[in-house]
Ligand binder design. Structure first.
Ligand code: SF4
Ligand code: SF4
Length: 118
């Protein structure tokens, strides 16, 4: 997989913002570039993407392909990066029960106020 494809599956290499030099590429969670992206987010935005952060900590390349917990509460809490309809389709086709988005609290749930990512 190209390193420009984020843990969430978004391919930054075909994003106009990347092509215009306005945004740096993301990376699989198990790629060294993920650490660079997280450091840049922290420096510029004051926080990190909870999905990329989690994938990096767990050594997961791409959540959808590599993590048994996908789509986890970090995705279901939304609204970024994938739509509710898309996630529900993923759950339906994986034979998973559709769960309501969590309200936070236990480990593994997103922070109360996710940072702006881009
Ligand atoms: S949402 Fe997170 S994992 Fe996906 S491209 Fe953006 S920073 Fe990377
Ligand atoms: S728990 Fe969620 S964010 Fe973390 S690696 Fe798995 S699917 Fe990705």
């Amino acid at each position: 997989m190209p390193e420009g494809t984020g843990a969430c599956g978004i391919n930054c290499l075909v994003c106009g913002l990347f092509r215009q030099g306005k945004c740096g590429p993301c990376a699989p969670g198990d790629h060294p570039q993920a650490q660079q992206k997280l450091a840049t987010q922290l420096r510029l935005l004051g926080g990190t993407c909870p999905i990329l952060q989690c994938a990096a900590q767990r050594g997961i390349g791409h959540c959808s392909a590599d993590c048994d917990l996908y789509p986890c509460p970090r995705y279901l809490a939304g609204p970024y990066p994938l739509s509710k309809g898309y996630l529900e389709m993923q759950m339906r086709r994986r034979g998973q029960q559709q769960a309501p988005a969590p309200s936070g609290g236990p480990a593994g749930t997103p922070p109360d106020k996710p940072p702006r990512l881009h």
